[in-house]
Design a binder for this molecule. Structure first.
Ligand code: NA7
Length: 538
C-alpha cells in the first residue's frame, strides 16, 4: 500500500470544468470533504484549453450556464447569444470565486493512478506531484472532449514553424500576420477558426479530409430587454430544457419531415436556418431516423451553401458525400463557406491527394508541396474515453478500467462500472452528454451522485457498485437505440472512428437528455436498481 501524504477525504473529483466545479460545490454543501485535482492552471476545462481564434459555444449562453443558483443566473449578464470562449472562461472564474471553490482545488496537477483498496473499499489517488490521498468516492469529471488527437503524420515533429493544436492554444495568442498557414481538420474547431485565420494570414491552405455540414450560428449581441426577458423566463426555460432531447427549450416540429407538404417543410427548415445554429439538425423528429427525411434537410442545406460559394468546384468539395446531415456533430459558423471566396484561401482535398509527409518547411501531399510558416491542427479529440484512459484506474482483482473497457466502454447509465465501486464518471460514454447541453447535463449527473451518496449514508452502506448484468444490459440498450437511428452510419468520433484502432462502439446514449434524466431518476427511486449496496459488515 502507498503511504498517505495528504489528509483523507470523502471525495476526490478529477477535473475543474463545469462538472467538476459543480460537484465540488454540491458535495461540499452536503458536508463532505472534497478535493479537486485539475491539470490546468485554472478552472474551466475545455474552455480553459481551447483558446483558438473564433472559439465559441454552439449552445446559447442563456442555456449553457448553471441553473443551480437562481442568484447566479439572475446576476450574470451574457453579452451575446452564443458566448465566446473568453466570456465563458470569465463566467466559470466568476463561479469559482463566487462560491469560494478554489481553496479545495489543486491546479497544475494530474491524477495518475486511482487504485482500489479492496479491504476498505477506499481509493488511493496519486498525482504527478507525488501526492497520494485516500478517498471514499472518486468522481471523474475529465470531460468527453479533452484528450487532443495529434495525428500520426510522418515528419510532423520536424516542422520548424509553429504547430498549434486548437485544444492547446497558447494563452498569449498567435499572430499569423504575413504568414503562410496550413490548417488540418475541418470539424467544429477548424470551421470556427478558419475564417479568423484567413483574415490575418497572408496565405491559408485548408487541408480537408472529410467535408462537414455547417450552419450559420446566427450569433447576435443580447440587448438589455432580451436579457431581462430571458431572466424572467428562466424557471420555465430550465424546466423545458431538462425534459428536452438536447438540454435546451427548443422543440422539434410536431410532425415528421415526410408527413408535411414540401412547402411546409421548406418553411420549417428556413425558420431554423434563420434561427441559426445546431438546431437545424433537429428541425423534424425523424431527421436522423429516416434516410429520406434526412435527405430533405440535406438538400435544403446544400442549396443554401452552394449559393454562397463562388467557385462551383470548391463548393463541390465542401459538400459532404460520405454521411447524412446530423450524423456527425453539426458545425456552426460565421462566414465559413464565404471564406473560400477569398483570394488568399486555398482548399486542399486530401481525399484526392493525401498528405504524404511533413518536413521542416512544409507539407507534401501526393499532389503538391505547400511551404508553410505555421501549422494549425484542428484534428479533434480521442473523445469520451481518451482522458480516462490516461489514468491508471485499478479496481477489483487488480483489473484496470482500460482492461474492462478493452472492447469499448462498459457502463451502467454512463455513471458506474462493475468492479469499480464508488467510482463515478460524469458526462462520459453511456450518457447523452455530447449530444446535449453539457452544463445542465453536468448538473444532472452531479445531483444524481450527490443524492446517491446521501442514500448510502442513510442506509449505512459503505459502497455501491453497478452489477455486471446491469452494465451488460445498459450497453445493449445503448447499442440498440443507436442502431435504430442513422447515427451509426457515419465515421464519427461518437463511434471512435476518428482514432485508428479504437473499438467501434457508439458511445453516447441517443435516447435524449430528458428521457435519460427520467431513467436515472427511476433507478434512484427504485433504491438504485442495478447497483449493489455494500454494507459495512460485509
Ligand atoms: P472533429 O470534429 O473530430 O474534427 C477533426 C477534423 O480533423 C476532421 O475534419 C478530421 O477529418 C480531421 N483530421 C483528423 N485527423 C486527421 C489526419 N490525420 N489528417 C487529416 N485530417 C485529419 O474535432 P473538432 O475539434 O473540430 O470538434 C470536436 C467537437 O468539439 C465537436 O464535435 C463539438 O462537439 C465540439 P475526418 O473527418 O476524420 O476525415
Amino acid at each position: 500500500p502507498q503511504a498517505d501524504t495528504g489528509a483523507d477525504v470523502d471525495v476526490v473529483v478529477v477535473g475543474a470544468g463545469f462538472a467538476g466545479l459543480y460537484a465540488l460545490h454540491r458535495l461540499r454543501g452536503a458536508g463532505l470533504a472534497v478535493r479537486v485535482f485539475e491539470a490546468g492552471d485554472g478552472v474551466g476545462g475545455v474552455w480553459y484549453w481551447n483558446r483558438y481564434p473564433g472559439a465559441r459555444c454552439d449552445v446559447e449562453s442563456v442555456d449553457y450556464s448553471y441553473s443551480f443558483s437562481e442568484e447566479l443566473q439572475q446576476d450574470w449578464d451574457w453579452s451575446e447569444k452564443y458566448a465566446t470562449q473568453p466570456e465563458i472562461l470569465r463566467y466559470v472564474n466568476h463561479v469559482a470565486d463566487r462560491f469560494d471553490l478554489r481553496r479545495d482545488i489543486t491546479f497544475g496537477t494530474r491524477v495518475t493512478d486511482t487504485v482500489l483498496d479492496e479491504q476498505t473499499l477506499r481509493w488511493q489517488v496519486s498525482t504527478d506531484a507525488g501526492e497520494t490521498i485516500s478517498a471514499r468516492f472518486v468522481i471523474f469529471a475529465v470531460g468527453p472532449l479533452s484528450n487532443a488527437n495529434i495525428p500520426a503524420i510522418e515528419g510532423l515533429d520536424e516542422f520548424q514553424g509553429g504547430v498549434y493544436h486548437t485544444a492547446h492554444w497558447p494563452h498569449e495568442g498567435v499572430d499569423f500576420t504575413g504568414k503562410r498557414v496550413g490548417v488540418i481538420g475541418t470539424g467544429s474547431s477548424g470551421i470556427q477558426t478558419i475564417p479568423f485565420i484567413a483574415e490575418q494570414a497572408e496565405q491559408l491552405h485548408v487541408f480537408q479530409r472529410s467535408a462537414n455540414y455547417s450552419v450559420p450560428a446566427g450569433n447576435v449581441p443580447l440587448d438589455e430587454e432580451t436579457r431581462r426577458a430571458q431572466k424572467a423566463g428562466y424557471a420555465e426555460r430550465r424546466r423545458l430544457s431538462f425534459l428536452s432531447g438536447g438540454g435546451s427549450p427548443h422543440q422539434a416540429h410536431p410532425s415528421n419531415a415526410l408527413e408535411v407538404s414540401e412547402e411546409e417543410r421548406r418553411e420549417a427548415y428556413e425558420k431554423r436556418w434563420q434561427l441559426g445554429g445546431v438546431l437545424f439538425s433537429k428541425t423534424f423528429p425523424d431527421q436522423v431516423l429516416d434516410a429520406d427525411a434526412n435527405a430533405t434537410a440535406r438538400e435544403f442545406w446544400e442549396g443554401k451553401v452552394r449559393a454562397v460559394i463562388d467557385d462551383p468546384e470548391v463548393a463541390e468539395l465542401l459538400i459532404p458525400k460520405d454521411h447524412a446531415i446530423g450524423t456527425k456533430r453539426i458545425c456552426t459558423d460565421a462566414n465559413y463557406y464565404q471564406t473560400y471566396n477569398r483570394a488568399n484561401v486555398n482548399l486542399v482535398n486530401l481525399k484526392a491527394t493525401p498528405i504524404a509527409r511533413i518536413d521542416e518547411t512544409g507539407v507534401d501531399t501526393t499532389g503538391e508541396r505547400y511551404e508553410l510558416d505555421a501549422l494549425v491542427l484542428a484534428t479533434g479529440f480521442d473523445a469520451m474515453t481518451g482522458s480516462l484512459e490516461k489514468v491508471n484506474i485499478v479496481g477489483r482483482d487488480g483489473r484496470t478500467l482500460n482492461q474492462a473497457w478493452a472492447e469499448g466502454p462498459r457502463t451502467y447509465l454512463g455513471l458506474g462500472t462493475d468492479g469499480f465501486p464508488n467510482l463515478f464518471n460524469l458526462t462520459g460514454p453511456g450518457s447523452p452528454s455530447v449530444l446535449a447541453n453539457m452544463v445542465l447535463h453536468s448538473e444532472l449527473h452531479v445531483n444524481w451522485v450527490a443524492d446517491l451518496i446521501e442514500h448510502l449514508d442513510t442506509h449505512g452502506a459503505v459502497a455501491i457498485e453497478a452489477t455486471a448484468d446491469a452494465v451488460t444490459s445498459w450497453g445493449r440498450e445503448c447499442t440498440e437505440r443507436a442502431a435504430s437511428t442513422l447515427m451509426t452510419t457515419a465515421n464519427s468520433w461518437y463511434l471512435g472512428a476518428n482514432i485508428p484502432g479504437k473499438p467501434r462502439v457508439f458511445m453516447p446514449f441517443v435516447g435524449g437528455f430528458g428521457a435519460y434524466g427520467e431513467i436515472i431518476a427511476e433507478v434512484a427511486a427504485a433504491g438504485y436498481k442495478g447497483f449493489e449496496l455494500i454494507v459495512a459488515s460485509e
